[in-house]
Design a protein. Structure first.
Length: 278
């Protein structure tokens, strides 16, 4: 048996035994200084410059060109494209909407991660640590927005998703998408300030906006907030998620599960790997 794998698995088991602690840590990571994005879909013109800037900032392939043809099919973020812009048509007009990781205040992906590879910073971004990941992909199953993606075709696969350009934030810069947007549809700042800015826009231009701010309360609040000219569901956003943070649904159950039941899956995984190596 690989000694490193054995120790890592036992560490996972120990981490599972401290699930309540990890949840408390996730809650503590949320602060008044958390940053995020306010994405105003009334201003988005579908230029997709944010897609190109994101790819360049993360060393990913350039987005597929195609002009108007790229909008013929709805796209979702992938392991090689962390943000996408789609077009949505109504009876009277067409609108564009940018999608990426929402950077939840209490992320389901963080609560589901067995090794704390997925974690939330006190500044707001939700990040993935390659050195801690065991490849279980529970984060993908847990995310209500279906954002984490797995590199199935890579020899050494990674989990990929928007990290809010964490390196740029640490260097005092804006996320690449916010910096390049020519229509100023993407505003970067402290989440509290973004909420105030959104409310001000709705107040000053009540006819221009649907009177709700998506992400203010959904799943306990998210770092990415959306203003929309039409009901947000018309732009492909889920509106049935509720306001309860997803980790809350499982907290009481996990508190009541005997430790032996929590340890069992990790131990069975260890035995399975041992058998494979023989």
């Amino acid at each position: 048996m690989d000694r490193r794998f054995f120790l890592k698995t036992i560490g996972v088991a120990g981490g599972l035994g401290l699930t309540s602690h990890s949840m408390e840590s996730a809650e503590a990571a949320v602060s008044d200084t958390s940053v995020g994005l306010l994405i105003d879909e009334t201003r988005c013109v579908g230029c997709r410059m944010c897609e190109g800037a994101c790819a360049e900032a993360h060393g990913l392939p350039k987005p597929i060109p195609g002009g108007e043809s790229v909008f013929e099919k709805l796209r979702t973020p992938t392991e090689s494209q962390l943000t996408v812009v789609n077009r949505y048509k109504t009876a009277t007009d067409e609108f564009f909407a940018k999608k990426q990781c929402m950077h939840c205040a209490q992320p389901a992906c963080v609560a589901a991660c067995l090794t704390k590879a997925m974690h939330k910073t006190k500044e707001g971004p939700v990040l993935w640590d390659e050195s801690k990941c065991m490849g279980c992909r529970y984060c993908m199953l847990a995310c209500p927005f279906d954002m984490p993606k797995f590199e199935y075709h890579q020899a050494v696969p990674k989990i990929r998703k928007c990290n809010l350009c964490w390196d740029r934030i640490q260097a005092g810069k804006q996320p690449a998408c916010a910096e390049i947007c020519p229509a100023e549809a993407i505003l970067f700042g402290k989440r509290n300030d973004l909420i105030e800015a959104a409310r001000k826009r709705i107040y000053e231009q009540p006819d221009a906006y649907s009177h709700s701010l998506y992400g203010e309360h959904e799943v306990g609040g998210t770092g990415c907030l959306y203003l929309s000219p039409v009901p947000i569901e018309n732009l492909g956003f889920k509106t049935t998620l509720g306001s309860t943070p997803y980790p809350e649904y499982t907290k009481q159950f996990l508190y009541s599960v005997p430790v032996i039941l929590i340890l069992a899956p990790a131990m069975l995984l260890t035995l399975s790997k041992a058998a494979e190596s023989e």
